[in-house]
Structure formats: C-alpha cells, structure tokens
Design a protein around this ligand. Structure first.
Ligand code: GLN
Length: 242
C-alpha cells in the first residue's frame, strides 16, 4: 500500500495504559474518513522506525515499563530526531511524554534518561495526581478544550525551549503547581491526558493530523467531519470534570 500517512506506534506492547491504543484508532479513522490511506507501523524494542513517518505515538506506562525501555529508547534519539526534522509529529502520552523529556526520576529514585526531544524534566513525588482534567489547549493558532483523565506520580517542569500545551482550569496537569499541562516544542508534543485522549478531543486529533498531512493537504484545511458523538463525549467529560 502506498500510504498517505505512516503512523508509527512506538512500544505498543509496553506503553498502553488506559486504552491509549484508542489514540491510534482515532487518528486512523479520522484520516480514512477523509479519504487518506493510513499505514500503522507498530515498532517495539529492537525494531526500526520506518522511513516517511507522519506521526510517532507513544502511550503511557508504569515506572517499570519505562525502566524496561531504557537503552532501547535512548538509542532512538537520532532516529526520532530525524523523523521530527523530516516532518513527523511526535506525541507522547503520560509515561511516553515523560520519556520524550530529558529525564524521568522514578518513584524509587532511579533516573531514566529520556530522549531529550522535549525540554522537560520529570520527578516522581509522593501522592499521585489522579482525576478528570479539563484543560484549555492552544496549538497552531487555535485554542480548544482538552478533556481526559490523569494518573501520574511524576511532576514535570518545562525548560525554556518547551511551552505548555494547555492550561488546566480543572486538574493537576504537569505538576499541580503552575497550572500548565503538557508541552510543545516544534514537532514534539506531550500530554498527561489518558482517556484515551484523541477520540474525545477531535480538535486535538485534527491538529495532529493537519500537521502530519500538511504536504498532502497543500495548504487546504482538513475536511470537516460531523463529530456529533465526539462532541457529546467531550461535553460529558467536561461535565464530569466539574
Ligand atoms: N510512570 C509514570 C508516573 O506515574 C507514568 C504513568 C502513566 O503513564 N500513567 O508518573
């Protein structure tokens, strides 16, 4: 198949908490509904990221999963940097977000080197941050609601090269202190939101797709979809978050 979009699902066997695979499905469906051909490439330890990736997606995982990934992950710095430079959007959810950063210091005190694609550092602290989140995101000149569920012990701090993806009127977000959630640095994005986040947040899913399909779209916007169910889910999650 000559795909319009190659979606790389990184470590689907390990980083897959809270239905994060739903993010892959949401992206595939939303692209296919618009007539694009999508190829999903699962990539696990010891496997290479195929050339021409449009999106690279990492889900969430436990501290233990993050430790297991260790060296394999760090060995991908150049590969993923090249993918991002070549036009791929790289997105990490929770544990995956932490691993896109410089370092994650786990609950047992061990430091796990991250990819350093996001200028963020995460340290676990006592008291997990758990609950429904209602965030307000801004990306590529648009702002939109972002709803989801967070469950993390890590507190993430952004360095100067990264900017927050969203503010959190409701929820803890990056660290429970500065009112921010997630991070964006060029083509690389991270968020703490599970849910999975993309089926319930069509604007976010489309922002990622618009970036990944930019060449195919040639300056045209993505065709609108009905999104009745998606907006119902979003409204329901917003109510739950109150
Ligand atoms: N291990 C990380 C933390 O607890 C990530 C958890 C997750 O991905 N849900 O902070």
């Amino acid at each position: 198949m000559n795909a319009d979009l190659v979606l790389v699902h990184l470590y689907p066997d390990l980083l897959r908490t809270y239905g994060d695979r739903g993010n892959v499905l949401a992206l595939v469906r939303r692209a296919e509904w618009r007539g694009f051909r999508v190829e999903v490439a699962p990539v696990s330890r010891g496997e290479r990221v195929p050339p021409g990736a449009g999106i690279v997606l990492l889900g969430g995982g436990t501290d233990r999963d993050q430790e297991i990934l260790g060296e394999d992950l760090v060995g991908r710095r150049e590969e993923l940097d090249a993918a991002a430079t070549g036009g791929a959007v790289v997105v990490g959810i929770c544990g995956g977000y932490q691993l896109l950063g410089r370092r994650y210091v786990a609950a047992d005190g061990s430091a796990i080197d991250g990819l350093g694609l996001l200028d963020v550092v995460t340290e676990a602290a006592a008291g997990r941050m758990v609950g429904n989140v209602h965030a307000r995101a801004w990306l590529d000149g648009r702002d939109f609601d972002l709803v989801g569920f967070e469950n993390h012990g890590g507190r993430t701090r952004l360095g100067p090269a990264a900017r927050p993806l969203a503010s959190v009127p409701r929820g803890q977000g990056n660290n429970g202190l500065d009112g921010t959630e997630g991070a964006v640095q060029g083509a690389v994005l991270g968020t703490y939101l599970h849910g999975p986040v993309l089926p319930a947040n069509p604007d976010f899913a489309d922002a990622l797709l618009a970036r990944a399909l930019a060449r195919r779209l040639g300056g045209e916007p993505l065709a609108p979809l009905g999104d009745r169910l998606e907006h119902e889910a979003l409204a329901r999650a917003r109510r739950r978050g109150r």
